[in-house]
Design a protein around this ligand. Structure first.
Ligand code: IVH
Length: 672
């Protein structure tokens, strides 16, 4: 056989093998016996061995790479992978439907899908080839797990749509594979996986793709990330198109025209759930129409056009051995139940927050009680009720102390609050909690200062206030348990770097009541410096969009505290930045070039990342959205722009090239 003939034969074999594989793994309807597939695959292997120059990455023989990776590289998601808001009952679903109807012109219709309990993944295709597969990570940055995902037979290595597209979905482990895997692990004396989700996640985090290949993982796709492909008007059309491209979608999705129909679907699956051969933890409800989805938009964390209904949690029995008290960042005393360890929804539970004294009274919880526990939303352990019939009579009633367990000051109950509080601003327990918040990721983001290190630092009196973080010295840190040279150096570097953070991180870190990360950003953008914020009046604060009365009050009160004034001047002296460094609010004047304009970026941009282009356009007043519609004002088309370009032409929307965008951005930024 010459090379030409081999090429043709190889091509034909690949096509037929891909078709068989699609029928078997995606459609679940094999048309030939396994032996026939194996035979053809073997034939292809032999031909590729004889003509290795004809091997391509998308050949069915190339699913499993032969070399383990050294580590996973990071992948930045050009469109963040968000999570979903939760609904726990019918009321929450009605509320969702009401919000959705109010936010759109015509009442929306919905698509219901099973909420697969696995690991969110994103699959990127360029020129019809599967080029990258990644985990969700923190939503913005995930890990590159391409070689592991390639081993999943239902993921096509090539597709017929040549545009850049990202499809998103859930990788999961079917029940049988999970049971088989744990059985084998038990026989080998290896630790068992708690549930299929952990097993799937553990398998995809293996550096050797052969391990992932042996774990029979699968995937269901249900969404898009970056998408230059065919523009479709609804989510249901997208699901249909996914299937046409060879992607595996879950067959159980259903269109529902009313929220009542959605509830019927949920009720059906609440019963039918055990019949599935994979784990689901709820139902996802999505507004079907894409234009309506865009109208509804997103909160910082999740879309407003979708919600996840979570099935009620599994309930189990155990004994409450003790009640422990802790002092929070704002002085609130929280009682926690110490339980005999029990397995609930896949993990062992031994503590559950009891929230406050009222709740303990209401449920009549006593030490030694037999109790029912569950995980609310399948995550947070909770004592549901006491099984009073099983009491022995030896149970001890519990009452809250009158003094702070950390500093002995008298506890108070503020007007209208159920919580007991320690009001001592120097209470060591409060300071410690405040510091844990101060160094956390969304605040000053100081890596290496975990809870254990912080409590050591307090114990050793190396830290008493937040400002002391910036006074820590190398020698002192080296004297702590489990702190080697390297961790100390890393920590000091992280502390030093945090001084340069933009104002909103410090503001959030200070832990002002009612000021979360988003409000901190709004305030930092509006007032630009700590001084200007500290001097802002209640009226000036309340005038800011998204700042409510409670927040304004809390800010005014906070900056009036003498301790706060001292703390801020200390931090300033220690070199901590107190100005806002993000895109300027002032720049977004009414007359900024892009003010009120909606812009769509499409195709491959060469001179900036999508994120950068987006930020710079936003700084000039523009809004960047993902799809072209009548309300789009400008489409910026990079290399290989696809259907969005065509749509812009049809709708007569001005189309810019990248150079035009760059010129305008530079010229306008110059003016500022
Ligand atoms: S849609 C913008 N659909 O649930 C977010 N998510 O709680 C789009 N999940 O992170 C997500 N099945 O990992 C969607 N049919 C489904 C899903 C699903 C499982 C997971 C996904 C997501 C999490 C949100």
């Amino acid at each position: 056989m010459d090379k030409q003939q081999a090429q043709e034969k190889i091509q034909a074999l690949r096509e037929v093998l891909n078709q068989y594989s699609y029928e078997y793994h995606v459609l679940d309807k094999p048309t030939v016996p396994d032996a026939e597939y194996d035979e053809k695959l073997q034939e292809l292997r032999q031909l590729e061995e004889a003509f290795p120059e004809l091997i391509t990455a998308d050949s069915p023989t190339q699913r499993v790479g032969d070399k383990p990776l050294e580590g996973f590289t990071k992948v930045e998601h050009s469109i963040p992978m968000l999570s979903l808001g939760n609904a726990f009952n019918e009321q929450d679903l009605h509320d969702f439907a009401r919000r959705a109807s109010q936010g759109t012109d015509t009442p929306p219709t919905y698509v219901c899908e099973l909420k697969i309990d696995g690991l969110a993944v994103s699959l990127r295709y360029e020129n019809g080839q599967f080029v990258q597969g990644s985990t969700r990570g923190d939503g913005t940055v995930g890990e590159d797990i391409t070689s592991n995902l390639r081993t999943i037979n239902s993921i096509p290595l090539s597709i017929k749509d040549k545009h850049t597209i990202e499809v998103r979905g859930e990788a999961y482990m079917p029940h049988q594979s999970f049971l088989k895997l744990n059985k084998a692990r038990e026989e080998n004396g290896e630790e068992l996986f708690a549930n299929p989700r952990n097993a799937a996640a553990g398998s995809l985090r293996q550096l050797d793709p052969k391990i992932a290949a042996s774990r029979s993982l699968d995937v269901f796709l249900y969404g898009v990330g970056e998408w230059e492909g065919k523009q479709l008007a609804s989510h249901s059309e997208r699901l249909t198109y996914f299937k046409e491209l060879g992607f595996k979608t879950n067959p159980e999705w259903k269109k529902c025209s009313t929220i009542e129909e959605v509830i019927d679907y949920i009720n059906y699956w609440t019963e039918a759930r055990p019949n599935l051969n994979y784990e689901i933890d709820g139902i996802v409800v999505k507004v079907d129409n894409i234009a309506q989805q865009e109208e509804l938009g997103y909160t910082a964390k999740s879309p407003r056009w979708a919600i996840a209904y979570k099935f009620p949690a599994e309930e189990v029995m155990t004994t409450l051995r003790d009640i422990e008290l802790s002092v929070g960042r704002t002085g609130v005393i929280t009682p926690t139940a110490i339980l005999d360890p029990v397995k609930v929804a896949g993990t062992t539970v031994q503590r559950a927050s009891l929230h406050n004294e009222d709740l303990i009274r209401e449920k009549d919880i006593r030490i030694g009680d037999p109790v029912v526990v569950k995980k609310a939303g399948d995550i947070i352990p909770e004592v549901v009720r006491v099984i009073t019939e099983k009491r022995t009579g030896n149970e001890q009633p519990f009452s809250m102390p009158t003094e702070c367990p950390a500093c002995d000051s008298e506890l108070v109950r503020l007007d209208g609050e159920v919580a007991l509080r320690c009001m001592n601003p120097n209470c060591p327990a409060q300071l410690q909690e405040g510091l844990i918040h101060f160094v956390s990721r969304n605040a000053m983001n100081i890596d290496g200062l975990g809870e254990k290190v912080i409590s050591q630092l307090f114990r050793e009196k190396l830290i008493q206030t937040i400002a002391d973080v910036y006074r820590l010295e190398r020698e002192a840190l080296l004297s702590l348990e489990r702190m080697g040279e390297k961790s100390v150096d890393n920590l000091l570097r992280a502390i030093e770097a945090s001084k340069e953070n933009s104002l909103e991180k410090l503001l959030f870190g200070l832990g002002i009541r009612f000021i979360g990360a988003k409000a901190a950003k709004t305030l930092a953008m509006e007032f630009e410096t700590m001084d200007q914020l500290a001097n802002a009046t209640y009226d000036a604060l309340i005038a800011v969009d998204e700042i409510g009365e409670k927040m304004a009050d809390a800010v005014v009160q906070y900056f009036a505290e003498e301790e706060v004034v001292t703390l801020l001047s200390e931090l300033r002296e220690l070199g901590v930045n107190m100005t806002y460094k993000g895109p300027k609010k002032a720049a977004i004047a009414e007359d900024a070039v892009f003010s009120g304009k909606t812009i769509v970026l499409t195709g491959k941009l060469e001179q900036f990342t999508r994120q950068e282009a987006k930020e710079r356009i936003e700084a000039l007043g523009g809004k960047v959205t993902g799809s072209v519609s009548k309300s789009t004002d400008i489409v910026v088309a990079g290399e290989a722009a696809g259907s969005k370009y065509e749509k812009a032409q049809q709708l007569n929307i001005p189309i810019w090239d990248e150079a035009q965008l760059k010129n305008i951005l530079e010229a306008e930024e110059e003016k500022q």
